[in-house]
Design a binder for this molecule. Structure first.
Ligand code: SAM
Length: 228
């Protein structure tokens, strides 16, 4: 899978060099390319923003550098990529998004800053990309980079080969609509607390039934909205 990220803070994305995503890049499973939006400006100050029409606080990102950055990426590919724009006014990103996006060949993330990107850019972008506005949650971040990092990690770990043991993806929280059951490791006694007896029984059928029951209880207690 190819992933392009456009940002005015490319160094923010250096976290993509470490852990499983970093290894997937080294192994050639993920082709991740980071672009500095300011490379698509032509003035001395490499300006990417300007004051908002209609007045108001803050600055708005100019559409032209974004269009040039997208066109630069498109020069290298034949197919129509998906353009993901992190924004608090997008659809809240979920495991369902991650599963769907992990089937794509090419994603582009446009990481906005300030008051966001001039609205005309989104309409222009629909001519060349499948555009989706996605939110990390109902709060406001300073920029789209943290959201892009979270989404790339959620999508990237579903790309075949990125996580060593694919079974570990199957029983995770949100993979089947429920939260994961509680997990334990050695020692079986720790500071007076005992691992549930059933997990030491070796009876895989009973363990699976217990875990499913725990998933339902935990989801009911912590996220009843998921059950409705
Ligand atoms: N004025 C915008 C609004 O009220 O919707 C918020 C702009 S925010 C300060 C700057 C950038 O951070 C946004 O353009 C977006 O890229 C990113 N951002 C902020 N909150 C986000 C969230 N919850 N999910 C995804 N991206 C977010």
């Amino acid at each position: 899978m190819r992933i392009d990220i456009i940002s005015i803070f490319p160094e923010y994305l250096s976290a993509l060099d470490i852990s499983l995503i970093g290894k997937a890049r080294t192994d050639g499973l993920l082709d991740i390319r980071v672009h500095d939006l300011r490379d698509f400006t032509f003035d001395r100050h490499r300006t990417v923003d300007d004051t908002p029409y209609g007045g108001g606080a803050g600055m708005v990102m100019k559409p032209e550098p974004w269009a040039l950055a997208i066109e630069h990426i498109l020069e290298e590919v034949d197919s129509r990529p998906r353009l993901l724009v992190p924004t608090p006014s997008g659809a809240v990103f979920s495991q369902g998004h991650a599963q769907r996006l992990s089937q794509d060949d090419h994603l582009i993330f446009a990481c906005g800053r300030y008051e966001g990107i001039d609205e005309r850019f989104f309409e222009w972008a629909t001519n060349v990309c499948d555009v989706e506005l996605v939110s990390l949650g109902d709060y406001v971040l300073n920029g789209g980079e943290v959201a892009a990092l979270a989404m790339i990690e959620a999508v990237g770990r579903l790309v075949p080969g990125v996580v060593g043991n694919p079974d570990s993806l199957v029983e995770e929280s949100h993979s089947d609509g429920l939260l994961e059951y509680p997990v334990y490791t050695k020692p079986s006694q720790w500071r007076g607390a005992q691992v549930p007896e059933i997990l030491l029984s070796g009876d895989h059928g009973k363990i699976a039934a217990w875990r499913h029951e725990q998933q339902l209880m935990r989801t009911q207690q912590r996220r009843p909205d998921l059950l409705s």
